[in-house]
Design a protein around this ligand. Sequence first.
Ligand code: ADP
Ligand code: MG
Length: 769
Amino acid sequence: RGKDTPVCGEEESGARSTVRPALAQCRALSVDWTGPGSPHGLYLTVQVESLKEKLLSQAQEVSRLRAELGGTDLEKHRDLLMVENERLRQEMRRCEAELQDLRATPAASPCPGCEHSQESAQLRDRLSQLQLEVAENKGMLSELNLEVQQKTDRLAEVELRLKDCLAEKAQEEERLSRRLRDSHETIASLRAQCPPVKYVIKTIEVESPKTKQALSESQARNQHLQEQVAMQRQVLKEMEQQLQSSHQLTMQLRAQIAMYESELERAHGQMLEEMQSLEEDKNRAIEEAFARAQVEMKAVHENLAGVRTNLLTLQPALRTLTNDYNGLKRQVRSFPLLLQEALRSVKAEIGQAIEEVNSNNQELLRKYRRELQLRKKCHNELVRLKGNIRVIARVRPITKEDGEGPEAANAVTFDPDDDSIIHLLHKGKPVSFELDKVFSPRASQQDVFQEVQALITSCIDGFNVCIFAYGQTGAGKTYTMEGSHENPGINQRALQLLFSEVQEKASDWEYSITVSAAEIYNEVLRDLLGKEPQEKLEIRLCPDGSGQLYVPGLTEFQVQSVDDINKVFEFGHTNRTTEFTNLNEHSSRSHALLIVTVRGVDCSTGLRTTGKLNLVDLAGSERVGKSGAEGSRLREAQHINKSLSALGDVIAALRSRQGHVPFRNSKLTYLLQDSLSGDSKTLMVVQVSPVEKNTSETLYSLKFAERVRSVELGPGPRRPELGSWSSQEHLEWEPACQTPQPSARAHSAPSSGTSSRPGSIRRKLQPSA
Ligand code: ADP
Ligand code: MG
């Protein structure tokens, strides 16, 4: 019967439930298949039906729950919260703006000098407090915002979890319905097998025991199906439990949402309260400012009234002022006349005063010139008292170069009580000499310089000065004149002194200092600072008829500082070094001259002075000629002897004030003629080696020194020509051809072994012709 029953109508009507047609089929099948005699089949059918109904209701419940708790609601709620949050933020921003306005208001309208400044300060304090509170509230709000954000995140999480649960449930449902469909299909297939079975049942049930076996198989299959249904039930139960838990979760979430809502409401309330209080503060501040402004206004009004009354009282004062002004105007009109008169009298007074000052100035200038002359004279006198030509000796210390042994033994001693005496032990005999001063090896460069300092400064006053270093090679001439880089000699110290002296006088005098350097070798004069040092220079008479000498082509460098001097020295040295291969030997065979010219102009009088300082490092005085040298060495020696003798002659002639001074006998004396004659000053430093092996040369040097020094300075008549020392005289102490002046000869004898000082040697020298 069930086989013929159509089921498609039922399938069409069950749009909601997909299981209904299967149920109907199943029902029909159970009736057909189990038959009236099978209680198991009936039970199964009922079970399946109730299960389906439960499933249906659960599906409905699930869809209802989904509709009720679905993502849309939660999202809506979240959106609402976000909107609320945004609104609160806007309100906060508005509050901030208001607060800033409030803050700006008192600053924009300051009342200078207002007595309410204290109040305003208090208000400002209050405002800053309020600002602090607002900042705190902002902090709280941001915390709440954070909380809301966290809760929203958690809500989203819960939503996600719920969605996952629902998706799981839907999958489970799908799985169950698929299984149900499978069961239905199994049942349908079984039913399709039904007619032959039915036939077998009907025909064979009573007839054959085989059919009974088939029945039992069917029953077993039925049993299997029942197990399946039980399993389904179990699954359904699990699903129910899951549904329950999701219900609970939903409840929890709802409770959380409610909690969040309440918290949000509380925060909102708090914020409203804060805003309210801020609003109140603002209103209060505005009111206070208003009240203050009113008070100020009142005061201003009062001031205005006072000013008005003042104005009324000032009017008469103004009137008197106008009168005064008119009076003054009249006075001003007559002022130019008065002024002219006053100017006239003042001018007359000033003219008189100027005249007085002028005459005073003239007097002062006259006195100054007189003083200048006097000073020059005094200085001159001082130097003259010391002797215009002075001879000093300097003994160098014993050096490593002197070697060791008896040859290097010291042969020079000094008098502890008289610094002008020197004792020499020559070949076992003691010989003593007296000079103007003797420097022991202990004397420093500065000590020696101190002795010549006065000479050098006299150069600034227009005197010509010559300083010679005389002595055998190695006796320390170059050391005394040039010195070392660390311990400079007279040359550099003299220039430094000149610079500082010139500097001191800079307010009254204008000075220029120039430097030339020359060398005389074999009676040939060369420029050490020129571009061509090998060029021979000539000494000529000035064409202006002044009788002065000059050297055409001799380079002059203007120097202004110690640096300049060093550069000049270096240049001269380089010139000499490149020119001669054995510089040491060459320099000992030539005279080196440093000529410093100091030209000055007195700014007030226009008076001009020129002073020359000649610093001469003479060639070695050792007696080469005697050792029988030949060729160039002999020529060199002859030249040196000639020039040194000529120098001796000149100095002797000058010292004895002879009429004729043989300047022209050598290039050296001829070149220095200007600086040796007249009231010029000369100093000879005789360099002495203290060692035993040099005693012969030392003896000759000292003899030469003493002879130069002991020339008679008496008032003898000036003679046109007194002859000269021979060229060998400076070598041979006993002069070959004595000067015809007896007094000079008388005192020029060596005072060996005596320490007596020739009388009145330091007498004034009259300027030579
Ligand atoms: P000269 O120029 O007479 O030939 P130097 O000036 O070259 O002699 O001196 C010879 C050596 O003796 C040099 O090494 C120099 O440094 C040294 N000398 C000379 N005098 C002194 C002194 N007063 N103190 C120290 N060393 C000196
Ligand atoms: Mg030298």
